[in-house]
Design a protein around this ligand. Structure first.
Ligand SMILES: Cc1cc2nc3c(=O)[nH]c(=O)nc-3n(C[C@H](O)[C@H](O)[C@H](O)COP(=O)(O)OP(=O)(O)OC[C@H]3O[C@@H](n4cnc5c(N)ncnc54)[C@H](O)[C@@H]3O)c2cc1C
Length: 373
């Protein structure tokens, strides 16, 4: 039996970020992860796109959380690099938003209005400008399919495996007890003490936070906590080129290219409600390949080097759960970040620590409360 100030259930980007933030508040932390390694759930699978946002102008609660995180990411990346020597790949690479169908063009016009109203820099690029900022888009532009292209300079990218590795490193360095192959079966609270039971051990803590991503509903059910987190599969395809194909993240609808500085080229993604199936499918990967070749025909001569899938923790209303479990004093939840968990992780960590340490959260979290309708 062990005791720590905080027990974190789940070692994805949310759990690791909270564990690190808690250790910086001087709390002793135990982190329990089901798999043999931390950071191998959905977080590892992500593309690491951090779209532009603006905390000063955002009114929507999710956009405020995004805005807070967006401000924190560069500070976190700097600090992680100082402490670990790991470059997490955070780059302000900019995003290009491309429409090739009337529906996509209409959706982009709506996005443009939103960016303008929130004072997020965005400008329309005509074909010649687009070709000059991204020469590799020339074949697509020449195919006459382009209807609209917008450039958003404040979009960032992050390399998720490096970010997770750095987070694990600083957690261990700060004394976080990381227990892998430790599946939390249940948790309970009595006399202000929290108990979490795994197959082989019992852990006691002053507080507990559930960050089990898509699996949060299952463990919640064991403990009478109603969470409606649904796994939504996303798949990814990876190519390796001699040099980066694009400078920007290229977005079309829910598909994108993310080019890394070392020539890796990520192509994603899709949204599939198929339960807890984490494997890729030939049909989806073929669709990505076909879409990518439509942009850059030379990809047709290359073989992808890797593919994978991950389960995004989705919620019915699109908001994450961040808050105290109703009826319990020291049990909290931080999950359901769906397509934005990497982006929202820093903000989630500081806000949940505000709640755990009894401070007023620096952004309003009412809309994220556990047990909402
Ligand atoms: C293809 C794809 C692309 C994406 N792209 C982006 C992107 O560009 N930008 C962005 O911001 N987000 C992106 N996302 C979403 C992002 O990956 C998720 O929102 C985020 O990773 C969720 O983090 P998490 O820590 O909640 O979940 P996870 O990373 O899944 O971590 C939860 C952990 O809990 C563990 N666990 C489960 N049950 C238990 C238990 N009982 N006991 C102990 N441990 C347990 C799991 O093993 C897992 O490691 C993408 C997702 C996918 C699939």
């Amino acid at each position: 039996m062990t005791h720590s100030d905080l027990i974190v259930i789940g070692g994805g980007v949310i759990g690791l970020s909270i564990a690190w933030e808690a250790s910086q508040h001087g709390l002793s932390v135990t982190l329990l992860e089901d798999r043999a390694e931390v950071g191998r759930g959905c977080s590892w699978a992500a593309a690491g796109i951090l779209p532009a946002t603006n905390l000063k102008t955002a009114t929507d609660p999710l956009e405020r959380l995004r805005g807070l995180s967006h401000q924190l990411h560069p500070q976190w990346a700097r600090k992680l690099r100082e402490l670990t020597g790991i470059d997490t790949g955070l780059r302000r690479c900019g995003g290009l938003y491309v429409a090739t169908t009337p529906g996509e063009a209409a959706a982009l016009v709506g996005l443009q209005d939103y960016w303008k109203s929130d004072a997020i820099e965005c400008r329309r690029l005509f074909p010649a400008e687009l070709a000059s900022v991204e020469p590799a888009l020339q074949p697509m532009i020449q195919s006459q399919r382009l209807r609209l292209a917008l450039q958003v300079p404040d979009e960032h990218q992050l390399r998720c495996p490096s970010h997770l590795k750095a987070l694990e490193f600083v957690c261990r360095q700060a004394g976080v007890r990381v227990e892998t192959s430790a599946t939390a079966r249940s948790f309970a609270e009595s006399s202000r003490q929290v108990t979490v039971v795994t197959e082989h051990d019992t852990f006691h803590g002053g507080a507990m936070v559930l960050t089990a991503g898509s699996w949060s509903t299952l463990i919640g059910q064991q403990c009478g906590v109603s969470l409606q987190v649904v796994p939504v599969r996303g798949q990814m395809l990876l190519y390796r080129l001699p040099s980066p194909l694009f400078r920007h993240v290229i977005n079309e609808g829910n598909r994108y290219f993310v080019a890394r500085e070392d020539g890796h080229l990520l192509i994603g993604s899709c949204e599939e409600e198929v339960g807890f199936q984490e494997q890729t499918t030939t049909a989806a990967l073929e669709r990505f390949r076909h879409w990518a070749i439509g942009y850059y025909p030379a990809l047709g001569a290359l073989q992808p080097i890797k593919s994978w899938a991950g389960l995004r923790p989705g919620t019915v209303d699109g908001f994450p759960y961040i808050g105290r479990i109703p009826g319990r004093q020291n049990c909290f939840v931080a999950t359901g970040h769906y397509r934005s968990g990497i982006h929202l992780s820093c903000g989630t960590a500081v806000v949940i620590l505000d709640l755990i340490t009894g401070q007023k959260p620096r952004i309003a979290c009412d809309e994220f409360r556990v047990g909402r309708g």
